[in-house]
Design a protein around this ligand. Structure first.
Ligand SMILES: [Zn+2]
Length: 158
């Protein structure tokens, strides 16, 4: 795909990926930080049919879950919930979210390679991560290492 088309597709899918996780608050049976939406289950299912779309969506999830990892207190609201079966606990929630962030980054990396315009895909990812942290979490400094990582990966891809 051309660079511009890749960037546009990445913007849309990353935006969707950062937005979907917190829809659990409005869905029946799912509490906040439900394991159903705070994991790569949804992008994973999409990926089975549309690998690049699912991979880019996973990148958006990774950004959201990375931001969730910055919770100050690991109690109640912050914990990852199982449907009707309690939560993963403090350590379990952090490990679970971290594992999903790493997996999401890897899936995004694969999707970026598939697009044939990895640099555009990673530039978009870096910009999206920066904006997300800046607007939603104010932990924007974390976007700096994310951006550096993205640029390194983009260089390495060539
Ligand atoms: Zn969340």
């Amino acid at each position: 795909m051309p660079q511009a088309a890749t960037a546009l597709l990445a913007v849309v899918l990353i935006y969707a990926g950062t937005t979907i996780p917190d829809t659990d608050q409005w869905l029946p049976l799912l509490g906040h930080r439900s394991i159903v939406t705070h994991s790569l289950l949804i992008p994973g299912l999409i990926l089975l049919r549309w690998p690049m779309v699912g991979g880019m969506l996973a990148g958006g999830f990774a950004i959201h879950l990375a931001a969730d990892l910055l919770s100050r207190k690991w109690v109640g609201y912050a914990l990852v919930k199982l449907p009707l079966a309690g939560s993963l606990g403090a350590t379990g929630s952090q490990l679970f979210l971290a594992a999903n962030v790493l997996l999401g980054l890897w899936l995004y990396h694969r999707a970026a390679a598939m697009s044939g315009a990895a640099r555009a895909a990673w530039a978009t990812f870096g910009a999206a991560a920066l904006l997300y942290f800046l607007v939603n979490e104010r932990w924007w400094l974390l976007a700096v290492p994310a951006l550096v990582l993205a640029l390194l990966l983009a260089r390495w891809r060539r």
